[in-house]
Design a protein around this ligand. Structure first.
Ligand SMILES: [Zn+2]
Ligand SMILES: [Zn+2]
Length: 414
């Protein structure tokens, strides 16, 4: 049984009292159904063990051969980093940077930072700068994409299976295991438990009972409810985690609109220009995202065609459409089905990263098919634009504040 305090819902800002929660259960917001708190049994021990295992698997995945590409007697071996290196050599450093950050740097930093926090906590000590490090872990969370990369490997595998034999190395198996263990370790981590162990100078709740004093702001990082009266008009900073406090994300609507429009502009070249250029015996052939989907359809791999179509074409469009709809509904002060609109926002936020599949497929193809005059695959100009679409839409979803949906509902009650 854990938790016995006031929590403000991160999606609709309703303040609720959360009593004792039995082990393994979760508490949901009574208004918008968001998960407010989960009691994860043995969270500290489990996340520590799983993070240690993932670190070992990560080292294996980065030191051993990853995939081999075999045509007849010709074998081309690659490592996890080969595709990134190859993209960099081809002058495509923006894409190389994005793939490096999402598949190597962020997962590595996530594991190291988690161990830095969890090991001392297990020994009942608090590491130095614990709040900064833990805040950093939470900021990095959406940008680690090992599971998306895994699907990218499967797609590339199917794509090349007819052309040559693909030999998975030790690193490929280690990477596959890493995906599951790292996901489990992030799921086992109990944010509330870790924040709860970080001491802070309590600002004290207001004693005078007027509304101006009783205003509370919910910290969106550590979920501490801070009374505004204790802040005396200074720049409001959360006393526990040090994040600047805002009642709502600043300029949420205009920032989200700008990012949605930016993504829409990038979306056009991403679909019109070629995403891969195959050179085989001096003959060049360019493929766009759509022609890749058609290739899988006509060659009988319709499940892969469906995955690419959903991830690369549907998800970005649906994301832009639903974010625009949410923005318009907030601007027109709509009171129509706020629960469903909040749910739509949550889906938009979660699915966005899966669009990276095609970027990863291109990276793997570039690494594997590098046989000099016989056959090479280069990343086309669309790949960079597509990367930009995914990143801009992710930032757009992050800058939208779902609590704006609920602000309209409160006006009615007053
Ligand atoms: Zn809620
Ligand atoms: Zn905080």
């Amino acid at each position: 049984m854990k938790m016995n305090s006031l929590i403000a819902c991160h999606d609709c800002d309703l303040i609720q009292w959360v009593g004792p929660v039995p082990e393994g259960s979760a508490v949901r917001c009574s208004r918008c159904d968001a998960v407010l708190f989960q009691n994860k049994p043995n969270s500290l021990e489990r996340s520590l063990a799983l993070t240690l295992t993932s670190l070992i698997l990560f080292v294996l995945a980065n030191t051993f051969p990853f995939l081999g590409f075999k045509i007849g007697a010709l074998v081309h071996e690659t490592n996890l980093i080969t595709g990134i290196h190859e993209l960099y050599i081809q002058g495509n450093w923006p894409m190389a940077t994005v793939v490096f950050l999402t598949t190597i740097a962020v997962p590595a930093l996530q594991m190291i930072c988690l161990l830095y926090v969890l090991i001392p906590l297990k020994m009942n000590r608090l590491p130095r700068k614990a709040k900064q490090v833990f805040r950093f872990i939470l900021y990095m969370k959406p940008w680690g994409m090992v599971e998306v990369f895994m699907i990218g490997i499967l797609v590339a595998y199917v794509k090349l299976a007819k052309m040559a034999t693909i030999v998975p190395g030790i690193a490929a198996f280690a990477f596959m295991a890493l995906v599951f263990v790292l996901t489990a370790s992030m799921a086992a981590m109990d944010e509330h438990l870790i924040w709860g162990s970080i001491p802070y100078r309590a600002a004290g709740y207001p004693t005078r009972r007027n509304t101006a004093d009783a205003l509370l702001i919910n910290c969106h990082i550590c979920h501490l409810l801070c009374p505004t009266s204790s802040l005396n008009g200074r720049e409001m900073i959360c006393p526990r985690c040090g994040t600047p406090l805002h009642r709502r994300k600043p300029n949420s609507i205009s920032r989200t609109w700008a990012l949605v429009l930016g993504a829409l502009i990038f979306y056009i070249p991403a679909n019109v220009l070629p995403i891969t250029v195959v050179t085989s015996l001096g003959h060049k052939e360019a493929d766009t995202i759509i022609s890749g989907v058609i290739y899988f359809l006509t060659s009988g791999s319709w499940p892969i065609a469906l995955v690419i179509f959903a991830a690369s074409i549907c998800v970005p469009v649906l994301k832009l459409v639903s974010l625009s709809y949410l923005l318009i509904s907030v601007q027109s002060k709509s009171k129509w089905r706020p629960e469903d609109r909040t749910r739509l926002y949550r889906i938009t936020e979660v699915v966005g990263r899966w669009s990276m599949i095609d970027v990863f497929v291109v990276t793997i193809l570039v690494a594997l098919v590098n046989l000099g005059a016989l056959a090479t695959i280069d990343a086309g100009p669309a790949a960079v634009y597509f990367c930009a679409v995914v990143i801009t839409t992710m930032f757009a979803a992050m800058s939208f504040d779902p609590r704006l949906i609920w602000d309209q509902m409160e006006d009615r009650n007053e």
